[in-house]
Design a protein around this ligand. Structure first.
Ligand code: HEC
Length: 194
């Protein structure tokens, strides 16, 4: 069994019920990404907070259990991929510190009290485990520099796509214009009948 708290099963269960995320974060900090929890009746549970799995939750490679949209569709964050993430919401690289570390990020992820996000996630809440994993991911980017250059990557991709369409348009346009003129030309039939 991986390492874990030696506290009695009942104590761990009560702490989990009161503040699941706080307990998970504390156990992860003390025992590493894989640890054991003990509960009455259920026995021992091995909890895995693998950084790769954790990142997949943010980027949407692993879907959120209750069907909420992936955070990356609106948020950039350091190390989330070459395109960095959406620009609808703020960059979350420093969010862990901004919201007060383990003590503050837990309640924040449980409530997601942001005007744009509340209506979206109130019907699709994050599970306690997703909250813990996302908190771990937010913590992992603390101190890194934000994914600031991502808009320029997007601009580059946009410019490339625009150039491709322009070339396509040049290739197609001349032929189109000719065929349209030919179609319009025979209209003098009307004047002849008058
Ligand atoms: C539909 C777009 C959208 C999605 C999806 C989304 N957010 Fe947000 N988020 C926002 C916007 C916009 C804000 C800025 C505040 C506002 O207008 O609500 C925000 C604010 C935040 C903030 C506060 C940032 C700060 O600097 O104060 C955090 C933290 C956050 N979101 C985390 C998340 C997490 C974690 C997820 C995934 C579970 C997520 N968001 C998914 C749009 C989104």
């Amino acid at each position: 069994m991986p390492p874990g708290s030696r506290a009695p099963a009942l104590v761990q269960a009560l702490r989990y019920v009161r503040a699941p995320l706080g307990l998970l974060i504390e156990l992860q900090r003390r025992h590493g990404d894989v640890f054991t929890m003990r509960f009455p009746f259920w026995g021992e549970l091995v909890y895995v907070a693998d950084p790769v799995l954790v990142k997949r939750l943010f980027t949407g490679s692993t879907q959120l259990a209750d069907g909420g949209p992936a955070c990356i569709s609106c948020h950039a964050i350091a190390g989330a991929g070459s395109l960095g993430g959406g620009q609808v919401g703020p960059d979350l690289t420093a969010a862990y510190e901004k919201y007060g570390g383990a003590a503050g990020v837990g309640p924040m992820l449980a409530a997601l009290p942001f005007p744009t996000m509340t209506p979206i996630y109130s019907d699709h809440p994050l599970t306690a485990q997703e909250q813990a994993n996302l908190a771990a991911f937010l913590e992992s980017t603390t101190g890194k520099s934000p994914a600031g250059d991502s808009p320029w990557v997007l601009v580059g991709v946009g410019a490339g796509v625009a150039a491709a369409f322009l070339l396509l348009a040049f290739a197609i346009w001349p032929r189109r214009r000719l065929s349209v003129r030919r179609g319009i030309a025979p209209t003098p039939t009307l004047t002849r009948r008058r």
